[in-house]
Design a protein around this ligand. Structure first.
Ligand SMILES: Cc1cc2nc3c(=O)[nH]c(=O)nc-3n(C[C@H](O)[C@H](O)[C@H](O)COP(=O)(O)OP(=O)(O)OC[C@H]3O[C@@H](n4cnc5c(N)ncnc54)[C@H](O)[C@@H]3O)c2cc1C
Length: 446
């Protein structure tokens, strides 16, 4: 591992070695860029560590779909709801909640779902060659996922309302009854009589190892790993020239901000503040669950994810608004374990490890994958809410398109930071990475 020095310059410097930063770095590297990643901790130790491990999912909808101010309030007040709030912070959060609810109507939900579908659909195909090269294909299981309901009516309501638009997009989904549930997950409580099976889901047996393997590939391909904390951007005029870390600087032609919930401060520094929330999520990892499970489960009455992993079964979920900077709330884990026991009655919940991390959230539920509108050479990739693992490979390709200035493979307009700042972010050719045999760049910024 390299430590930061003021000498040497990189084509691109990526801030953060979560799944987004690592995927961006790999894609930039594949275009011929000399890339460095700066990260103070172990790769994949932020939100990328403790998530539910779903890495391919075709059914993405924003969590606030269909909510009204009243239904949101009643969810926040219900102890069994996945959405909750630190009430001492409710006043400060209200404007943000109202902004989120302004996207909850059918037209906005369809627009957002379409944008997320364009991002997530190529995901598994883009991960495949990377995982192959990283020797990490065994970390992925293509077992689909099973959403569970306690009645045919609840299943059909979900199918007709929640999934209608996705079905119109020919996303593969299958209505199932108890016979099929028994085939897919016989340990599930017989009270769950119906469900929806989504065969295109894939999950990883270990999210941190998944990211670490991709990071190791980045280093093996010649990528530079800098152990450090990016404290500030450095600039010359309106162009970013790198970052400051402690008493040192790291020079780079472009900087990609992929620091998860810590990203908005860099945008603020560049004069582009965004309405961001760090939304807490919890998991319990059961090391000896005493039952076998192959297919991840999504019980629709509790909205937790139950994922079989390499070293046990993980139950993950909850959206804790206003939780940043507060103490760990063990009652959230107790609630999730009670839900888990209701879904899988035979499960042993001890021994377990517990965790809380924070999702990076914008009020429309879409990430920012964007060129900066105020600083040349500055790019953003954050705000991936509950789908950073799913969207990592696709976001990484999009970042490389933006940095290189090539036509993006998908429409990136819905992900532009300009939707919050009002500043245009479109640009021309930014940077080319072609080199001659001596390693000298043959073309550069235009
Ligand atoms: C309970 C829960 C369940 C989830 N389940 C899923 C799921 O099943 N599938 C899915 O796709 N998503 C899921 N998510 C969301 C997913 O975990 C995130 O979207 C994703 O991990 C975000 O990745 P990231 O790289 O943006 O951020 P992170 O993984 O948080 O990485 C950011 C990195 O930046 C580093 N950093 C921060 N500041 C600096 C700095 N100044 N200088 C240098 N480095 C810095 C951090 O140390 C960190 O390593 C879940 C989230 C939670 C909380």
């Amino acid at each position: 591992m390299t430590t930061a020095t003021s000498s040497g310059s990189h084509d691109c410097l990526v801030i953060g070695a979560g799944v987004i930063g690592v995927c961006a770095a790999l894609n930039l590297q594949a275009r011929g860029a000399r890339v460095a990643i700066i990260e103070p901790a172990m790769p994949g130790s932020g939100a990328s560590f403790g998530n539910a491990g779903i890495i391919a999912n075709t059914n993405l909808r924003p969590v606030f779909a269909g909510l009204t101010p009243l239904s949101l309030l009643s969810m926040l007040r219900s102890p069994s709801s996945p959405l909750n709030v630190r009430w001492s912070r409710i006043l400060g959060l209200t404007p943000w909640f109202l902004r989120m609810l302004s996207h909850a109507g059918p037209a906005e939900v369809e627009r957002i779902t379409r944008a997320l579908a364009s991002l997530c659909q190529p995901g598994s195909a883009l991960y495949e060659p990377l995982l192959e090269e990283a020797g990490a294909k065994a970390l992925v299981r293509p077992h689909g996922s099973l959403a569970l309901t306690r009645s045919a009516e609840a299943r059909d309501q979900h199918w007709d309302k929640g999934l209608e638009f996705l079905r119109r997009m020919n996303i593969p989904m299958e209505k199932v009854d108890r016979r099929r549930i028994d085939e897919l997950a016989p340990s599930v409580n017989p009270a769950y009589t119906h469900g929806v099976y989504s065969p295109a889901y894939q999950h990883t047996l270990d999210p941190q190892r998944f990211v670490q393997s991709l990071f190791d590939l980045f280093v093996a391909r010649g990528g530079v790993s800098i152990r450090g904390h990016a404290d500030a951007l450095t600039t010359a005029g309106d162009r970013v020239t790198g970052i400051r870390t402690g008493a040192s600087t790291v020079a780079a032609d472009s900087v990609v901000v992929a620091a998860g919930t810590h990203s908005p401060r860099f945008a603020r520094e560049a004069g582009e503040p965004v309405p961001h929330q760090a939304v807490g999520g919890y998991h319990a990892m059961l090391r000896s669950p005493g039952i076998t499970l192959e297919t991840p489960l999504l019980p629709l009455d509790f909205r937790v994810a139950i994922t079989p992993m390499g070293d046990g079964i993980r139950v993950a979920g909850t959206y804790e608004f206003g939780g940043e900077g507060t103490t760990f709330d063990a009652s959230r884990i107790d609630g999730m374990l009670a839900h888990l026991a209701a879904v899988l009655p035979g499960i042993q919940v001890e021994p377990k490890t517990i965790w809380r991390g924070f999702r990076s959230y914008l009020p429309d539920g879409l990430p920012i994958i964007s060129r900066s509108g105020s600083r040349a050479g500055l790019f953003y990739a954050f705000g991936f809410s509950s789908s950073g693992m799913i969207n990592g490979s696709s976001a990484g390709r999009a970042v490389a398109d933006l940095v290189e200035g090539t036509k993006p493979s998908i429409d990136l307009e819905p992900f532009s930071i300009g939707r919050f700042t009002g500043r245009p972010t479109a640009g021309g050719r930014e940077q080319a990475f072609e080199r001659d045999q001596t390693g000298t760049k043959t073309a550069s910024r235009a």
